[in-house]
Design a protein. Sequence first.
Length: 537
Amino acid sequence: MVTIGNMVAVYAGLADDQQKRRIIDAVEQASIRAGASKPGVSLYPPYPQGFFHYPLMYFEGQYQNGGLWDWWGGIQTTAEFEAGYSRLAQQHLLAIARDWSRHPRDIAEWQTVVTNRMQGSSKYAGAGGTVGEAVVSGLFGVEMTREGFSLSPRLGYQDGHIQVSQPASGNSLWMRQRVADGTLWLQYSTNHQKPGTLSVLLPSGTDAETLRLDGIPQSVQVRSVGQDRYLEVGRVPSGAHDVTVALKQAAVAPLSVAWEGHDVPYVLPTGRRADALIEARNVGSNVWEKAGARPVRTSYQWFDLTGRRLSYQEVPEAHSDLPYDVRPGEAVTVPTMVLTPRLPGLYHLRLDLLQEGVIWFNQADSKNLPLEALVRVADEPLAVEWLDMASAVVVDAGKQWALKLAFENTGLAEWRASGAKAVQVGVRWFRRATVSIAEVEDRTPFSDEDAIAAQTVRIVWEEVTPLRTLAALPEDVKPGEVASFTQRLWVPETPGLYRVQFDLLQMGGPEFSNKTPLNRPAEVLVTVRSGAGVRAP
């Protein structure tokens, strides 16, 4: 069990430094081979199909047989921060945040590894807790106990602030960090009655030249943890205080990059050019030259869901120039051209820097990780994928039935919740009925053979027209976003077996399923049982 076993050992402090390095490297390689777009792979390789008889684990990559869990991804990310792999942990935290931004009201219990399709509970407090810990204790390094407080921000070059309250004790702590012009400023304030400890992750490629606490010079002590280097401020008082650190260039690899973000859309059109902004910081010792014999440029590689890299014939590789020379320590935003695959589907896009004719950055230094994004390449303006829904339910006749609907906008156009072109959910009920073959063929039996045929029945599904309804979306849904809401439906008063079909349609147009075969409606098999029903209005 990749993260349940090995990473928990790192998280719990049971592994030594060598074991931490081996485990973190093994988990990252397993995640890459599994095709995961974020941390939290439960098991790799998964057990083969049919090994488990439990339905949720019957197939590979399902549930705990290789599923993707933010619950464990949060533990993994916190462990990476504390073990000294902050650059990797920051990318993992950003990958979780990127996925969560697609469904801001929901935190999935688990997801399929490659597609990030939401499964199980959509309000999973366990994942909220562990990812929250990765932010508070991992990224910002805030801990408060009866004995005091500790503060170990791992922001690097990033500016950030946090306020943490502990209701049980009444303690609170506020912190802000900013880096600019070769100086790191840190302010903190706490009402804790006891003193604490402070250490600060030095931004990649820097060293501490001087340190001042409330303007008073302090001795400079640096400690290495894994791949990270910390400035040890030591014991600090409670209350409000300022820390100022003068930074200088450290001895680092010639070509090294720290990614600070990107705006690659979740959905891109097939066989087209797309433009994205990539934010990167030069944390190496060499200047990234815009021009000359060996310029530094941005580029990318596409991988399908099996991990195969797409060839140049399938999608050309484009290189984009830097806007200017980037000196060590400087950040740059690079307008990057990306050419997309010609066939629709889900892909992994791997962005990186390269020195032309020399080497890709991820090959130049083991700390350099490519910037990865899960991207859906689409060729339809209006397309939908229905997500986790019950396949069969039992409800009472004549009463209301509350059903959660969840779907992803897999097309290129935004769905409007209101207006002339609003997208709505269409609901249609079909009741199972039996009809004799003779009746279907509209003929009367006149012989023994025909009499036998008349007793033979065919199962048909008849639409219950009065129950056809339309439901509005709760809000606009952009391409790549996931929407979910609870829809209440009146159940027929006649018991029996029904099929309820859900489809999307744009006002004045046909259902999505009539636009392309890929847009399949969602269906739920409903058994309506008799009971003291409430008459529908």
